[in-house]
Ligand binder design. Structure first.
Ligand SMILES: *Cc1c(COP(=O)(O)O)cnc(C)c1O
Length: 420
């Protein structure tokens, strides 16, 4: 049964099971470990673990680190990993080999490209972003401006006003492609083209895009991008992030975190910094090898999947989710904050509800893991490689019971942990 057939009739669990039976991505579920009894809708915050990770890390610990010791930098390919995995990620985001390197965290990478972009556009001083961009991006920008001691200004405008705010004074437009809270997606190509017309450079944060959908950085003529390894790329908690710099910008400057791994010849141990050719200069210090090994497993699984099928299934699951919430939970005050139009939505669906926090805690206690974002948002991420259509059905079943029975009123669901 196709989605259109399914949605034209009253939805049933059987109809969704039939969609699972014909799902071209169904075989991927077995490549991940998802605990029994868990319905996982938080792969947009921490992706599930690919089954290859355990054996691969075991080998890295016993053979590469254990037996190989320091020799493994050469013999086990450790030294090349940032560029090698970068090239693999490049294929997922519409970049060329040599335009992406894996390093550090998303926050640190943003600092590097923002500093680089500021230098490339010295006559202008306005950096445009959104007030509800992911806070770390805004914090890093504030930190850099303070460090520069210059008259750079961070101007924050709601998403809908960004286009019209870009003008001849704009140095840099710094946006997250898919908003972490609402799931709304920017038109990367149109914004980049408009910014270039006005002489501005654009930095795209792909934290909620890479591995979630086809991205075409080169097609959009993008300047810089950064992104996250532990969300849709399934690289593990705190996995290293990535940074993309368009070929045309690579030779023009160096980024300020000029560590020895970004030097042209780290093992020449020369006192004078000389940046590596190309994307390698975006490395700073020694990279976490074990974390990179786990990340490579995640990127390898993602590379086997056709991202257009991933996107198609993600949108279909989210459409079903929205429709089922309407049918089954309509009277409980959930308000959709994600665009209904799939063309301007990422891979998540968010609802606001005055009791968003305790409702999410009750869901988690019942085995549905999504998450909560301030002020009152319930967030459900869709990761088509290991989440099924029937998972969507079962989640709505649990959600409607919680809302109907007001289970969320229990005191244990009001308590907040350090991480939400
Ligand atoms: C998750 C996320 C980050 C995370 O940054 P880290 O430095 O990896 O902690 C940054 N930006 C956005 C938009 C995110 O969604």
């Amino acid at each position: 049964m196709t989605l259109t057939q399914a949605t034209s009739t009253k939805l049933t669990r059987d109809a969704l099971a039939a969609m699972d039976a014909h799902d071209p991505l169904a075989s991927f579920r077995d490549k991940f470990y998802v605990p029994e009894g868990v319905l996982y809708f938080d792969g947009n915050s921490l992706g599930a673990v690919p089954k290859t990770v355990e054996g691969r890390l075991q080998k890295a610990v016993t053979q590469e680190w254990g037996d190989g010791l320091v020799r493994s930098w050469n013999t086990a390919g450790w030294y090349e990993m940032p560029r090698r995995i970068g090239d693999k990620i490049a294929r997922l985001i519409g970049a060329n080999a040599g335009e992406v390197v894996v390093a550090d965290s998303t926050s640190v990478n943003l600092f590097k490209v923002l500093a680089a972009a500021v230098k490339l556009n010295p006559s202008k001083h306005v950096i445009i972003s959104e007030p509800d961009n992911f806070p770390t991006d805004l914090y890093m920008a504030q930190g850099l401006i303070q460090l520069l001691g210059s008259d750079h200004k961070l101007v924050l405008k709601p998403a809908a006003e960004v286009m019209d705010t870009i003008d001849d004074d704009t140095a840099i437009v710094m946006l997250t492609h898919v908003n972490y809270r609402t799931g709304a997606m920017h038109d990367m190509k149109a914004i980049t083209a408009h910014a270039h017309e006005k002489g501005a450079l654009v930095i795209w944060d792909l934290a909620h895009s890479a591995g979630a959908m086809p991205v075409d950085l080169n097609g959009a003529n993008a300047d810089f991008a950064i992104g996250c390894g532990y969300k849709y790329l399934n690289g593990g908690p705190g996995a290293p992030a990535f940074v993309y710099v368009a070929q045309r910008h690579q030779a023009n400057f160096s980024q300020p975190l000029a560590g020895w791994m970004g030097h042209a010849q780290p093992f020449a141990f020369d006192w004078k910094y000389q940046p590596a050719e190309g994307i390698g200069r975006y490395l700073a210090g020694t990279q976490p090898v074990l974390s990179m090994i786990a990340l490579e497993c995640g990127v390898d699984v993602m590379s086997e999947a056709d991202l257009s099928l991933v996107r198609e299934k993600s949108l279909a699951m989210a459409d079903l989710f929205i429709q089922l919430v309407e049918q089954r939970c309509g009277e409980y005050g959930l308000e959709l904050v994600t665009p209904r139009d799939g063309a301007i939505r990422g891979s998540q669906v968010s609802y606001s509800h005055p009791q968003g926090f305790p409702i999410m805690q009750a869901l988690i206690a019942a085995g549905v893991i999504g998450d909560y974002r301030k002020p009152n948002i319930l967030r459900f991420g869709f990761t088509p490689l290991y989440v099924s259509y029937t998972d969507v059905w079962d989640t709505i079943e649990i959600l409607s019971n919680i809302l109907h029975d007001r289970t969320w009123e229990k005191p244990e669901f009001q308590r907040r942990g350090n991480v939400t």
